[in-house]
Ligand binder design. Structure first.
Ligand code: ADP
Ligand code: TMP
Ligand code: ASP
Length: 237
């Protein structure tokens, strides 16, 4: 497999074409972004930790029957993935109230959400990722009915698998964001699952072990990601 031109560079990852039209290389940089790219800092080791963390989680999801883009680790900061036609939407499931939900609805942080909620957001930094619903997705051609259904059902399936996985490691999966894309007619989980795109709290102390440490200036960001990885048994060597 040969690495070719850069296809695009996002806020935290760069994407490269390969000699296989169905495969890409994702390069996990050390860049850490918050507030839709308003604040970006380099955090040593974050790219490598996230690349290995993501590989571990994607393999668990695939083993549970969820179609993912992940193929294999290529290097400490790179993975080979299926090239998807990404939908410009983000799927968020919440088990515990935090973040924008608290601001939007005046709900207290830490409240259990039962049953969990599902929200769509438009992936658009300039517009600050506004919340949208199924009608917007259909009306503006961002996805079909079938794709909407698949995204919702796969995002909830991920919740079942990962809530249990994190619980075994003494962690609460507070909420998370997923992105999907089309691969030859099938909806497939793309992008990443790392502490950059979810909230994880220690089950006993409720200490934040995710990107909120960066957003809120709490420090020890990569150390927290490494602690989570260690508890899950992710090989960071
Ligand atoms: P952002 O776009 O939010 O700044 P990143 O820095 O993580 O995010 O950039 C990675 C980009 O690669 C995102 O736009 C994401 O949608 C896209 N992407 C992720 N996985 C795939 C894939 N398998 N095929 C095509 N594009 C992908
Ligand atoms: P929110 O509380 O800011 O809406 O975020 C909910 C979850 O989704 C949280 O774990 C962070 C994640 N998320 C991203 O990673 N990127 C995004 O652009 C959005 C909107 C959410
Ligand atoms: N929307 C994500 C966050 O709040 C990513 C970003 O803002 O760059 O962290």
């Amino acid at each position: 497999m040969e690495k070719r031109d850069e296809l695009y560079a996002g806020k935290a990852k760069s994407v490269y074409l390969t000699d296989n039209p169905d495969e890409l290389i994702l390069f996990f940089r050390d860049d850490t972004s918050a507030f839709d790219g308003e604040r970006i800092e380099q955090l040593a080791r974050k790219g490598e930790v996230n690349n290995k963390f993501n590989a571990f989680i994607m393999e668990k999801l695939a083993a549970a029957g969820i179609p993912t883009h992940f193929k294999s680790l290529l290097s400490p900061q790179e993975s080979i993935v299926k090239k998807l036609d990404m939908l410009p939407v983000e799927c968020v499931v919440r088990n515990i109230a935090a973040g924008s939900l608290c601001k939007r609805l005046g709900v207290q942080e830490g409240l259990d959400i039962e049953p969990p909620t599902f929200e769509f957001f438009l992936k658009n930094d300039e517009l600050h990722d506004p919340m949208i619903n199924e009608y917007h997705i259909r009306a503006f051609g961002w996805g079909t009915d079938k794709q909407i259904e698949a995204m919702q059902s796969l995002t909830f399936s991920v919740n079942q698998v990962l809530k249990a996985l994190f619980a075994e490691a003494g962690l609460l999966l507070v909420d998370y964001k997923l992105e999907f894309g089309d691969f030859h007619g099938e909806m497939v989980l793309g992008d990443e699952f790392t502490p950059d795109g979810c909230r994880l709290w220690d089950a006993e102390t409720r200490k934040k072990l995710d990107k909120d440490r960066f957003r809120q200036g709490l420090g020890g960001v990569v150390e927290a990601y490494e602690e989570v990885a260690h508890r899950l048994g992710v090989d960071l060597s």
